[in-house]
Design a protein around this ligand. Structure first.
Ligand SMILES: *Cc1c(COP(=O)(O)O)cnc(C)c1O
Length: 964
């Protein structure tokens, strides 16, 4: 049987590589011949400067199959010990409703979408985010909410920054933090304050107003569980013309008077315990609310209600001008990727349970705390406080003994305050658990009976929430929180919203700089395993061995891929990575007695988060020009570096540049900056054009962030989560973030944290781990090469119809390219916006609009798209060009054509008074392939100006629904 295949051939070890990479070998050779090259290698030689190409391949090893990968990861995960967590401190066990688990968290319709930049095809997640905002506003008692921040601790740091911007106490430079705020929050706020040059005062909450401050932060209830009436403290702070900020527990707010009603100016906190697993620290969404008058100072994004072209209610990100890529160094914060998927989960949790259900959950938690406290008091145990929601702190002589019993019973308490320990009960706590807690704390044979204690409390009423703080207003009264409590209704609500959104499970999303590649199902499987999902970030390290192994291996692979020496996983977005990297640079200069170096050079093509982050690190930004080819203007760079030489801190440069080319001079750029004593920060968002081919470390950079949610396959979740680890050369390694509860090995204990959890959004790291394992050294390099082939094929084919703005050596582009629509606009008046909206009628999400150059579209196909899909996109673009030509020729007027009226909804196309210059079929099915499989936008073009003039950021009142 001479032509039987060998076992090795049959085993198909490369199976995952060919599934991750879109084009088949035949399609690859078609594209290569279209490009006039005979091999991938030849194209790479033409495209990537020889001076930066890696000589040796990656050391990651052979690709593993999906089965091997998952079985290995399972064995690693099982080394984690999932103890019952009563640690609290901002992280609580929760029951993720299964209907949400499967239909949101595990559903690519929800997790593969991008930030809703194209609102007409994102009304589903925009509605869910509006639910999140409405929920935030109701529970906190304030009138303006953002659509999620990165975690509670960074939200507190944002509150401090907002206080500084708006407080009338302009001369004050101090921010007060009550000493009973969560430790990790104090840590992160301190880091942020140090960079801004603010002073932090920590002391008993009552002393806040004794100081000259611009703001103060309180915790409600406190980290040790006490429920304190903050009314007078807040008023005293406001008397000083300072802002009062309150970090609150979202579940407690179901029972406690809203902080806004106590007078707070800002309320923030984590929405984790609303149905999002602890995940060893994240990802979770933070909520943030404040007064309407501070809307222009709010960090992050606001979803607002506006009107579409036909006058219907339609949602979109309000005041898009606040987006960081537009505001740059004037931005309120550097938040770009946030936590949309997790905010949606929390909002759905509230929709599913409704106000009654949530109140019952909160009351049950509170009752268990009351029962626990009553039993302990009866036995003479000293409790630290007389009030609580869910957390009982015991003042204990026998702490060691109790903690030892707890560990033996596989139970964790919070133990990081001397002489005491705390027990936080949660939604998952049961009667049996309370008995077990009595056994642990009192020793067996205590004779306490849960039912008897409960009967006492039921009879006498609970005293543990002060009467003045019992919530008496109605919350979550909007129909969205009162209509979907059966699973059938809930399932359909989730599906109805999902259907409005275009995600990667519909078509290619070629957003340049965003790297919308495959998020393989196998990569997603481990994140919901209990061994990864249910660990508290502050559990003892010996319970997180599996995590340590997985993180350690990912660390080593990322070191290999980046050419750096060390990596920190802590930052939970790319922009947070930038911030962490800039802090490392600053601390490095300080360690050498050069703390005065504070100038950051940023090329004009940079992403807006770069200047926004530099501003947060108190750096002075000097913009370096680009030349006509889109490259950094070397003369300008030399001149500016020389001018600021003594004060040069660093350059922030993206490679390949956001113009989509491998700049030839990148090594020189690094050299020039180094000669003046500066450091090189290479923005790693474009690593998809580097992996296995070149690396920031080998090029000469000192530090980079990676967007694991771009190059390394963590899905974008509709606008988050993300992970933005930083890689550094060894001289910067000592200056990477640490954590005040869990010490991160290799960094100084003096380094503060940039995220609430020591390993940031640890729960989604298995996604990147699995991607790298399944691709192996060979697959990763192939992915990069294929991304370059796809982009060049697309650029070359489209260049017959549109100018491609920048090209590198041999007229090649890197992994993305910019389509210049300005000439067409000048000739016809049709804008990039019209083209972007018209693409929706063709079933596509627009490429990145007007970044980095106004009036252009930046396209990044990634390696995961097949030639078939790229050809469909090209077909759409060419057809749109044809439509524009009809306007140029006068066949259609500039007022009446399918572009300016795009996108078209069913209601629009089917309306009885159709009298346009083009017919209905042309409007909806402009090319035959669209008719086969039509994706319908659910609103027509949205009026941004109307929405900004009439800012409404909660669910519209019921009357508006009736009007419809
Ligand atoms: C996406 C991106 C960032 C910001 O990353 P986030 O994870 O969204 O914070 C920074 N720079 C560039 C070039 C990017 O494309």
């Amino acid at each position: 049987m001479s032509n039987a295949k060998s076992l090795e051939q049959l085993e198909q070890k490369q199976d995952f590589i060919r599934r991750h990479i879109g084009p088949s070998p035949a399609q690859m050779s078609d594209m290569l011949s279209a490009l006039g090259v005979s091999s991938v290698e030849q194209l790479m030689e033409q495209t990537v400067p020889a001076s930066i190409r890696l000589e040796n391949g990656l050391q990651i090893g052979e690709s593993r199959t999906e089965v091997e990968t998952l079985s290995y990861l399972k064995s690693v995960a099982s080394k984690n010990k999932v103890f019952k967590s009563y640690i609290g401190q901002g992280y609580h066990p929760t029951h993720v409703p299964h209907v949400i688990l499967r239909n949101v968290l595990e559903n690519p319709g929800w997790y593969t979408a991008y930030t809703p930049y194209q609102p007409e095809i994102a009304q589903g997640r925009l509605e869910s985010l509006l639910n999140f905002q409405t929920m935030s506003m109701d529970l906190t008692g304030l009138d303006l909410a953002s659509a999620s921040l990165l975690d509670e601790a960074t939200a507190a740091a944002e509150a401090m920054a907002l206080a500084k911007r708006v407080a009338k106490a302009k001369k004050a430079n101090s921010f007060f933090i009550a000493d009973d705020v969560h430790v990790q929050t104090i840590d992160v706020v301190k880091t942020r304050a140090e960079q801004f040059g603010f002073d932090i005062i920590i002391g008993p909450a009552q002393e806040a107003a004794n100081h000259d401050i611009f703001g103060a932060l309180f915790q409600y209830p406190t980290t040790s569980g006490e429920v304190v009436d903050l009314t007078d403290l807040i008023a005293a702070v406001q008397d000083k013309k300072a802002l009062a900020c309150v970090a609150a527990d979202i579940m407690a707010l179901m029972l406690l008077k809203a902080p806004g009603k106590l007078g707070a100016d800002v309320v923030l906190g984590s929405a984790q315990r609303f149905g999002v697993p602890m995940g060893y620290g994240g990802p979770h969404a933070a909520f943030f609310t404040t007064r309407d008058k501070y809307k222009r100072s709010l960090p992050g994004r606001i979803i607002g209600v506006s009107k579409d072209r036909l006058g219907n209610d339609a949602l979109r990100m309000a005041m898009q001008t606040r987006e960081q890529h537009i505001r740059r160094e004037k931005a309120n914060s550097n938040i770009c990727t946030a936590q949309v998927l997790l905010a949606n989960m929390a909002a759905f949790y509230a929709v599913y349970h409704g106000p009654e259900g949530l109140k019952t959950i909160a009351e049950r938690i509170h009752r268990f705390a009351d029962i626990l406290a009553a039993g302990l008091k009866e036995k003479g145990v000293t409790l630290k406080h007389d009030t609580w929601f869910d957390t009982i702190t015991v003042v204990a002589q026998n702490k060691e003994e109790v903690v030892a019993r707890a560990v033996a019973a596989e139970v964790n308490f919070a133990t990081n305050h001397a002489g005491e320990y705390s027990v936080s009960v949660s939604e998952t706590t049961t009667r049996e658990d309370i008995v077990e807690l009595f056994d642990i704390i009192l020793g067996e044979g205590h004779g306490l009976d849960v039912a008897a204690l409960d009967a006492q409390i039921s009879a006498n009423g609970s005293q543990s929430i002060p009467a003045s703080l019992v919530r008496d207003d109605e919350v979550l009264t909007h129909p969205n929180f009162n209509s979907y409590h059966s699973e059938t209704e809930m399932l359909r609500y989730i599906k109805r919203l999902e259907n409005k959104d275009l995600a990667l499970n519909h078509s290619m999303i070629s957003l340049g700089s965003c790297t919308m590649k495959l998020n393989a199902t196998a990569e997603m499987i481990p994140i919901t395993w209990p061994e990864f999902a249910n660990l508290h970030p502050f559990c003892p390290l010996d319970q997180a061995e599996g995590y340590q192994i997985m993180i350690g291996e990912l660390h080593d692979w990322l070191v290999d891929i980046t050419g750096y020496d060390a990596v920190s996983m802590q930052p939970n977005s790319g922009a947070q990575g930038e911030y962490a990297g800039l802090i490392a640079i600053r601390k490095y200069h300080e360690s050498r007695g050069e703390g005065h170096r504070n100038v950051c050079l940023i090329p004009s093509s940079a992403h807006g988060t770069n200047p926004a982050s530099a501003q947060m690190a108190s750096m002075k930004i000097v913009v370096v020009d680009c030349d006509k080819q889109g490259n950094v203007d070397m003369d300008d760079l030399k001149a500016k570096a020389a001018e600021v030489s003594e004060n040069l801190s660093c350059i922030m440069i993206t490679y390949p540049s956001t113009h989509g080319v491998y700049e030839e001079t990148i090594r020189d750029i690094c050299d020039i900056v180094h000669q003046h004593g500066g450091q090189v920060y290479m923005d790693g968002a474009n690593m998809n054009a580097q992996v296995g081919v070149t690396s920031p470390g080998s090029i000469g950079s000192d530090v980079s962030h990676l967007n694991l949610h771009k190059t390394f396959c963590i899905p974008h979740g509709g606008g988050g989560p993300g992970v933005g680890p930083i890689g550094v050369k060894s001289h910067l390694a000592p200056f990477m973030p640490n954590h005040s509860v869990i010490n991160v090995p290799g960094t100084s204990v003096d380094n503060g944290a940039v995220s609430a959890a020591p390993y940031g959004s640890a729960a989604i790291l298995p996604i990147s781990w699995a991607y790298i394992a399944m691709m192996g050294s060979e697959g990763l390099r192939q992915a990069t090469e294929t991304a370059i082939v796809n982009a060049n094929y697309l650029a070359q084919t489209l260049s017959e119809h549109f100018p491609i703005l920048y090209r590198g050596r041999n007229d090649r582009v890197a992994h993305e390219c910019i389509i210049d629509l300005r000439p067409l606009k000048d000739a016809t008046g049709i804008s990039e916006m019209d083209v972007a909206k018209r693409l929706q009628d063709y079933g596509f999400h627009s490429p990145t609009m007007s970044f980095p150059v106004a009036g252009t579209l930046m396209v990044e196909p990634t390696e995961s798209e097949s030639k078939v899909e790229i050809d469909r996109f090209i077909e759409a673009m060419v057809a749109i060009k044809g439509e524009i030509e009809k306007i140029a020729s006068g066949e259609w007027s500039i007022e009446d054509n399918p572009l300016v009226n795009a996108p078209h909804t069913q209601a629009d196309v089917l309306s009885s008074d159709w009298n346009r210059a083009y017919d209905r079929f042309e409007a909806a099915f402009p090319v035959p392939s669209v008719a086969k499989d039509k994706f319908w936008p659910t609103v027509t073009r949205i009026d941004d100006v109307y929405g900004d003039r009439n800012l409404l950021c909660s669910c519209p009142a019921v009357d508006t629904y009736r009007d419809e």
